[in-house]
Ligand binder design. Structure first.
Ligand SMILES: N[C@@H](CCC(=O)N[C@@H](CS)C(=O)NCC(=O)O)C(=O)O
Length: 230
């Protein structure tokens, strides 16, 4: 059975959504990043990058959320919008766009707005600007199509969903959805799916640390150690 190493954050939720949609049996392994589970040697063998999500599929380990989506979709031939060469190219392009743009810029926007030890105007402006720029590109893309690729609900929509759920947290409040109506339409459609509701409910069925206290900051932001030594 697949083991899913999970924390209720945007990237792991994409994979939980896929597994729920595909009705693949899986065992959830709580990987509480606020408690430092991502740095444990046993987990680093599964994901040397010390982040969630990761999966074990038998003896095969896969890490990085969009790699997991592609691996599972290809293996089970499900939720791949890849009927044509053009759709395959679009699928890869948008999956990489989410992995290298939407995720990191949204994550850094949150970091500098909410978690940096001191406010740094330049960084706040840069990441807010880039996060908005990436989300606006998705909004524009979705203006003329129901789904991200090929008129089909696919892993690309699941990848977008993981982050679209937290847009208010990333872009400064729920009003951000008013400026991204096409992204919001896709989000609402996926949120209405029972699989999305089951994926969201995982956090209520397991215990995860909720406070970002000093210990959690040490686990999540190890770079701060270097500041302390200066
Ligand atoms: N590129 C990775 C990024 C994974 C990532 O940043 N995961 C976050 C949760 S969304 C995490 O585990 N953070 C804990 C940490 O940075 O220590 C992916 O898409 O899976």
């Amino acid at each position: 059975m697949i083991k899913l190493f999970f924390h209720p954050s945007p990237n792991p939720l994409k994979v939980a959504l896929f597994l729920e949609e595909a009705k693949l049996p899986y065992e959830l392994v709580v990987t509480d990043t606020r408690k430092g589970d991502q740095h444990k040697p046993a987990f680093l063998k599964i994901n040397p990058n010390a982040k969630t999500p990761a999966i074990l599929d038998g003896d095969i380990r896969v890490f990085d959320s969009n790699a997991i989506l592609l691996y599972l979709a290809a293996k089970h031939q499900i939720f791949l919008a890849a009927d044509t060469e053009e759709d395959k190219a679009e699928t890869l392009s948008w999956l990489m766009f989410v992995a290298t743009g939407i995720g990191p810029y949204s994550g850094q926007a949150v970091h500098f707005n909410k978690y940096a030890p001191e406010p740094i105007g330049y960084a706040i402006n840069r990441y807010d600007f880039e996060a908005w720029r990436h989300w606006n590109i998705l909004n524009e893309h979705l203006a003329s199509r129901r789904y991200m690729v090929g008129n089909k609900y696919s892993i690309v929509d699941m990848a977008v969903w993981g982050w679209a759920r937290v847009i208010p947290f990333v872009l400064g409040g729920a009003e951000a959805y008013d400026k991204l109506p096409n992204v919001k339409r896709l989000l609402d459609e996926i949120n209405a799916r029972p699989a999305a509701q089951r994926a969201e409910a995982i956090k209520t069925q397991h215990v995860f640390k909720t406070e970002v206290d000093e210990d959690a900051r040490k686990n999540l932001f190890p770079q701060n150690e270097r500041l302390a030594k200066k």
